[in-house]
Design a protein around this ligand. Structure first.
Ligand SMILES: Nc1ncnc2c1ncn2[C@@H]1O[C@H](COP(=O)(O)OP(=O)(O)OP(=O)(O)O)[C@@H](O)[C@H]1O
Ligand SMILES: [Mg+2]
Length: 509
């Protein structure tokens, strides 16, 4: 008997290939997950990360290759089969039922849910697990009332209580603030201490450094770096593995000045209030001047009114009280259509939900975009491919071929299409909500450059982001929202993380 033999990995993938028609999304991929480790799965947008984990969770059937779970070859036929094998997945577009409570959602997924369920028992099991893993969430809360962080913790509890020993997280941090991401990583450490193996897809090098014990990098569907200790690599080497070339750092932006503080006002809000669908005020008496040629950063903890502000500015949400004046926009009214034609461009927070039309190609979306921004009813689908090629060249985000279906692109590649349209539009006002969510390292940098270019062309840019570093790097001024009110407006020249953080959590002094 040997005592020093390496333990059998929880999960091993050998030579896995997955095609969609002629497209090879995973090409001869090798991948291993061991008990007690966080394995970072990295790569550019479209590299094949989500496709790989979907094969492990039984959503896709690979065309070739082996998947070995606990030392046994398995053909994972479905997600419920994956769960039976101890493989759990938390999706980015979360899958809880909003009208049910947290415990009801979890009970629905438990393997041994009895036909007649005792709510008290289910709630106790959830409370115990939530204390053990530090996953703080109220079991009796309705899911629709949860913040995005709570929602994610509920999803995690659901997967853990269903008995997952391999936990797959596809870009869990892209919707979290850095503090929430840190809290999630604390949970992951407790899980690995219990012997769980975690597959974590993430784009930010900082996060990989913080949490990953091993990394695997995919590029163009192939494994280009397998099962490596990230501490053996520099940041530049990691990025090079992902993108295939070495990358020069982009030039730093000049020191912030307040020269444009008196630029013409494009939109002016006075006492602006907006109701949420639930009937409570999401935006509450906000005074704000949005000026040409400036980037106005919007900071706040999740649900502080950022969404309502964006919805108001693009005409989706009506004013409950107060006023919205549009001196810098030649708009007939404040409907979405009027504002679009007047040059208001919307980078929506959740494109898969609010922008992508199932079954339609990129060209179809381009034609729709062109028609609505011009206030036309005619769609020119044939001209769209040419227009898009021109925009793609200008934006430099390397968007996918316009003949492809938008809903079949990877998450980051959908975002690139939307950004290619939005940031090449001759706009007066750009509302960019979380524009770099889900983007890989290079595309994030290029998007930042495009936002600065829009500003320098004289466009007014409203940048909503949960990433304070991003806000501080790009904004000329940051407005902090707290419970729907303006807690403070800080010029970039005197903004720092601590000051913004305090306003975000404590509100106005
Ligand atoms: N259902 C599908 N039908 C057709 N093509 C698909 C499908 N799912 C994924 N693809 C393609 O497979 C490739 C890999 O996509 P995948 O979603 O795995 O990328 P990813 O690495 O997760 O990227 P991202 O960082 O943007 O999320 C892409 O070219 C994508 O368009
Ligand atoms: Mg993906």
């Amino acid at each position: 008997m040997t005592t020093d033999a390496a333990p059998v990995p929880l999960l091993e993938v050998q030579g896995l290939t997955k095609r969609f028609g002629s497209l090879v999304a995973n090409d001869d991929v090798t991948f291993t997950v061991r008990a007690g480790e966080v394995h970072g799965l990295l790569g550019e947008n479209g590299a094949g990360k989500s496709t790989l984990v979907k094969s492990l969770y039984g959503i896709h059937q690979p065309d070739a290759g082996r998947v070995v779970v606990d030392g046994r070859d398995e053909r994972i036929a479905s997600p419920s089969h994956a769960r039976d094998l101890g493989i759990g997945m938390v999706f980015q577009d979360m899958r809880l039922i909003p009208a049910l409570t947290v415990w009801e959602n979890i009970a629905l997924q438990l393997r041994d849910t009895p036909r007649v369920l005792k709510p008290r028992d289910a709630q106790r099991a959830i409370t115990d697990a939530s204390a053990h893993y530090g996953l703080d969430v109220d079991p009796s809360a309705l899911v629709r009332d949860l913040s995005i962080g709570e929602w994610q913790r509920a999803e995690l509890l659901k997967v853990l209580l269903a008995g997952a020993r391999v936990l797959i997280l596809d870009e869990p941090t892209s919707v979290l603030t850095p503090q929430e991401a840190d809290a999630l990583f604390d949970v992951l450490r407790r899980l690995t201490a219990d012997g769980v193996g975690v597959i974590l897809i993430a784009h930010k090098i900082r996060e990989v450094r913080q949490i990953a014990d091993r990394v695997t990098v995919l590029r163009g569907g192939r494994t280009v770096l397998a099962d490596t200790d990230p501490h053996e690599l520099t940041d530049a080497e990691l990025v090079r593995a992902m993108v295939g070339t070495s990358v020069k750092p982009v030039s730093r932006r000049p020191e912030p000045t307040d020269e444009t503080a008196d630029a013409p006002v494009v939109v002016s809000l006075r006492g602006a209030s907006v109701l949420r669908p639930t009937g409570v005020l999401g935006l509450d008496g906000v005074d704000l001047d949005i000026r040409a040629g400036r980037i106005l950063g919007v900071a706040g903890i999740a649900g502080s009114g950022q969404g309502e502000l964006a919805d108001l500015l693009v005409g989706v949400a009506p004013l409950r009280s107060g006023s919205m004046e549009l001196p810098g926009l030649d708009a007939r009214g404040t409907t979405t259509g009027d504002l679009r034609v007047a040059g208001v461009v919307d980078v929506v927070a959740n494109p898969v939900h609010d922008y992508v039309v199932r079954g339609m190609t990129i060209s179809d979306h381009v034609a729709l975009w062109e028609a609505t921004t011009a206030g036309r009813r005619r769609f020119d689908v044939r001209g769209a491919a040419t227009t898009f090629a021109r925009r793609d060249e200008r934006a430099g985000l390397r968007a996918a071929d316009p003949s492809r279906r938008l809903d079949q692109l990877s998450g980051g590649n959908i975002q690139r299409v939307l950004l290619t349209l939005a940031l090449t539009q001759d706009a007066r006002l750009v509302i960019a909500s979380y524009p770099t969510r889900g983007l890989d390292v290079l595309t994030t940098e290029r998007t930042h450059a495009l936002l600065l270019e829009a500003r320098d062309r004289g466009e007014a840019v409203v940048l909503v982001s949960e990433d304070l570093d991003e806000l501080l790097a790009l904004s000329d001024e940051v407005v902090v929202l707290h419970h729907g009110r303006v807690a403070g407006t800080v010029p970039a020249v005197d903004a720092d993380r601590d000051r913004l953080g305090l306003l975000m959590t404590e509100g106005a002094a």
